[in-house]
Ligand binder design. Structure first.
Ligand SMILES: Cc1cc2nc3c(=O)[nH]c(=O)nc-3n(C[C@H](O)[C@H](O)[C@H](O)COP(=O)(O)OP(=O)(O)OC[C@H]3O[C@@H](n4cnc5c(N)ncnc54)[C@H](O)[C@@H]3O)c2cc1C
Ligand SMILES: NC(=O)c1ccc[n+]([C@@H]2O[C@H](COP(=O)([O-])OP(=O)(O)OC[C@H]3O[C@@H](n4cnc5c(N)ncnc54)[C@H](OP(=O)(O)O)[C@@H]3O)[C@@H](O)[C@H]2O)c1
Length: 311
């Protein structure tokens, strides 16, 4: 099979056609941000951006900031901006497991041992490689014993770092370890305990000119739900996909009442579109079928890297 790849030079718009027997797509998974379709998002008068699209001139000092999502991106952003912002409202849909990172600088003694004791550094690297592959492998297999240990370590980390019982319950993971990407952070929970931070667990159901309206799931009216459902019809763009807001996924503790949180900046920490099989550009086979259509919901490749497509 001979593929034709047509590329367009960004500045000059010049088109070039390339012929190839094999195409290697290395465009990654995390290249299209995902933003939930919350009614009113276009009305917001402050600045808003996705974690993957951080503006170079962003200055959060003294600002009232909201961040939606508590995945690894948001969880790394939160401790770094918490000390400089005036207030930080964090909207959490479901609490992730967070385990200690135990990050530390190697001491002069360790560096001396690695440098002067033969094979010490080599065996240390072997140990890291072995533990990362063997322990991590088992950690994602419930019943292996390691999953249960991870869950216990996560729970202990929460007990050790969060003294407020209400906040602790909001942060207590409800699922099993490994169902979603766990966090390995020492500064995430402490940042959430700071007085300028608030963890909001009710769904954000509307964005206004000045901020975000959230409401406990049990108090949602039919009108609220319909408004959110209608918002799913919004358009897609190349860089960002607007995804429907699934209210049923909000199971965590309630904040008590409807509230409007005024903010100057809104940060979307809501992840990426990763289940949209195909590539970020259209690849069309001999019979006119795109790669996305060929795969459908079931993405098969040989050893995860190669594909013969006769369509
Ligand atoms: C915030 C963040 C932090 C992460 N931290 C870690 C970490 O600490 N450790 C870890 O192991 N993993 C981490 N990951 C995951 C890791 O980044 C990815 O697994 C890894 O980068 C995947 O490599 P890749 O080469 O497949 O894709 P990418 O690194 O995403 O590279 C894809 C490339 O394709 C280009 N591209 C995309 N579309 C087009 C197009 N249409 N035309 C031409 N070029 C295109 C992009 O510009 C990019 O250069 C992190 C991910 C994120 C988002
Ligand atoms: N240092 C690192 O290793 C590192 C750092 C950052 C990122 N990463 C990688 O990058 C990947 C992406 O991380 P990410 O944090 O950007 O995305 P993510 O893991 O997909 O997390 C997205 C967050 O947004 C929430 N969310 C998504 N859709 C929502 C909606 N409609 N309404 C409300 N909340 C919604 C999710 O809630 P739910 O939890 O309820 O789904 C989750 O908290 C990770 O899997 C990781 O591999 C790695």
């Amino acid at each position: 099979m001979l593929w034709t790849v047509i590329t367009e030079e960004r500045c000059t718009k010049k088109l070039t056609a390339w012929k190839a027997n094999v195409i290697c797509h290395a465009t990654g998974l995390f290249n299209r941000g995902k933003i939930p379709a919350i009614p009113g998002a276009t009305k917001f008068q402050g600045r808003a951006w996705h974690t993957a699209d951080w503006p170079e001139d962003a200055d959060l000092r003294g600002k009232r900031v909201a961040i939606i999502g508590t995945g690894p991106s948001a969880a790394q952003v939160i401790p770094s901006i918490q000390p400089i912002v005036k207030s930080l409202a964090i909207y959490q849909r479901s609490p992730p497991f967070c385990l200690p990172r135990n990050d530390y600088a190697y001491s002069p003694l360790q560096k001396f041992i690695f440098t002067w004791i033969p094979f010490a550094h080599y065996f240390y690297c072997l140990y890291i490689g072995w533990s990362a592959s063997r322990i991590a492998y088992k950690a994602f297999r419930p019943g292996s014993g390691v999953t249960e240990i991870m869950e216990e370590v996560g729970k202990q980390h929460l007990e050790n770092q969060v003294a407020d019982p209400v906040l602790r319950e909001k942060l207590r993971p409800s699922g099993r370890f490994g169902c979603k990407r766990p966090l390995f952070l020492d500064d995430y929970y402490p940042a959430l305990c700071q007085p300028n931070v608030e963890l909001i667990t009710d769904p954000p159901i509307e964005i206004t000119e000045k901020g975000i309206v959230s409401k406990p799931v049990k108090q949602l009216t039919e009108r609220d739900v319909n408004k959110v459902k209608k918002e799913r019809m919004v358009a897609h763009s190349d860089d960002v996909i607007i995804e429907g807001l699934d209210l049923e996924e909000y199971k965590s503790a309630s904040d008590g009442a409807e509230r409007h949180t005024e903010v100057d900046v809104l940060i979307w920490g809501t992840g990426f579109v990763v289940q949209d099989w195909g590539t970020v550009y259209e690849v069309v086979g001999r019979c006119g079928k795109t790669l996305g259509e060929h795969w459908g919901q079931d993405c098969h490749t040989l050893y995860g890297i190669s594909l013969v497509c006769n369509d």
